[in-house]
Design a protein around this ligand. Structure first.
Ligand code: MLT
Length: 404
């Protein structure tokens, strides 16, 4: 008789955003006259930049012509895109990253879930708490997290690094020794950012401990303050301890198009084995590459017009972020984030739990957010709002929140 991977049975019934989606759809079906404003999942609402649309059209035409048609993409991505990334995202910021160290993929969600496959089953993971659920869930599926304790809402073999108002939502170095450290800055869900000095401490720690940092920089485009690093490779020594994940979803509106990349420096080794070689082997075996037309769209993001247009897009979302953050503060709520990030992290009022506030806001204001407890135990009592809505909806949502 076949056997299933019973690690899956340890997981909660559905993924956080699917649970929210089902709840909201049920409410909408029961209340068809209400206009629900969704500021829950971080999905973009602005259309693709014109430079990207033009690149897509052009690439589609190429695919329709025998002379310029392309079949399978190179495993690790087209050279034109990897070169543009190496130059604009890294060399321009003084980081030593070669095009060969960049792996093109179809999403930071899949890369952040799959990257654990190149590590052995006994590695101990450390995560921020609250945290993007994909990091923990994918390790649970791989049997790396032990057992779940309903009472503490923690996995027995995971090292949790609380991010609370007391530490400005920036984790302390852990007491126990981790092997794999997941960091996401600017942070999802709290919107907190770390300075270069703070990040350098993590890089030094990882090198000392022989740990790897899996650095999720999906929200890098939202950084507005000067001393915040855009890449972990701005820190000295990161080439020997860090993998970085980047996305085109939030900076260029590719959530429906799918494109991302992962950087693994060749200097990153364990006992003489290069992680770059392992990921290349995994990529080559399990993945046939992001579509040519999408990689051309990604290339357009790096051209001067593309850069200008995505900056405009990010600024629009940041206008929403400031509107939400200031509006909440004016209404007497405790709120943070929204300065280097499109997420605003607020405290639920009157001692409500995160899910109580979710229901309250859905029923009384018809506004959807994300309950903080869905991201981990230290998220209990908090709530996340995203700036990715339209300005009109964001303004209306804030007006409704103010009224209740
Ligand atoms: C979020 O809302 O946390 C993100 O949109 C999820 C994702 O990027 O997968």
């Amino acid at each position: 008789m076949f056997k299933i991977n019973d690690n899956y049975l340890k997981l909660p019934g559905s993924y956080l955003f699917s649970t929210i989606g089902k709840k909201v759809n049920a409410y909408a079906a029961a209340n068809p006259d209400r206009k629900i404003i969704r500021l829950g999942i971080g999905d973009v609402t602005q259309p693709l930049p014109a430079a990207v649309v033009e690149a897509l059209h052009k690439a589609v035409d190429e695919m329709g012509d025998a002379a310029s048609f392309r079949g399978y993409a190179p495993d690790l991505g087209y050279e034109f895109l990897r070169k543009a990334i190496a130059e604009k995202d890294f060399a321009a910021r003084g980081c030593e990253i070669d095009a060969d160290e960049i792996f093109i993929s179809d999403g930071a969600k899949s890369d952040s879930a799959n990257i654990q496959e190149i590590f052995g089953p006994d590695n101990r993971i450390a995560v921020c708490d609250p945290v993007y659920p994909v990091y923990v869930d994918s390790n649970v599926m791989a049997g790396r997290c032990g057992n779940y304790d309903e009472k503490t809402q923690r996995w027995s073999d995971v090292i949790y690094m609380p991010c609370t108002a007391e530490n400005d939502f920036v984790p302390e170095l852990p007491q126990q020794r981790p092997d794999l450290i997941y960091l996401c800055f600017p942070n999802n869900p709290t919107g907190a950012a770390v300075t270069k000095e703070q990040l350098q401490r993590w890089v030094d720690y990882a090198n000392e401990q022989g740990a790897v940092i899996l650095f999720d920089a999906a929200y890098e485009a939202y950084i507005s303050e000067k001393d915040i690093p855009h890449s972990i490779y701005e820190c000295e020594g990161a080439r020997t301890c860090a993998i970085e994940l980047r996305s085109f979803s939030k900076n260029a509106g590719f959530t429906g198009l799918r494109l991302s990349y992962t950087v693994i420096p060749k200097a990153l080794e364990a006992g003489g084995t290069s992680l770059h070689a392992l990921w290349a082997r995994r990529h080559g075996t399990k993945y046939n590459g992001a579509p040519y037309i999408v990689q051309r769209a990604g290339e357009a993001v790096y051209a001067p017009r593309g850069q200008e247009q995505i900056r405009e897009m990010v600024n629009r979302y940041m206008k929403n972020a400031h509107y939400i953050r200031d509006g909440l503060k004016d209404a007497g709520y405790e709120a943070s984030g929204g300065i280097n990030s499109p997420y605003i992290w607020m405290k639920a009022p009157d001692g409500m739990t995160s899910w109580e506030f979710f229901d309250f806001l859905l029923e009384r204001a018809n506004v959807v957010g994300t309950p903080g407890s869905g991201f981990g135990p230290s998220g209990e009592g908090y709530f996340r709002l995203t700036a990715f809505g339209t300005y009109e909806n964001t303004a209306e949502a804030m007006e409704r929140i103010r009224r209740i």
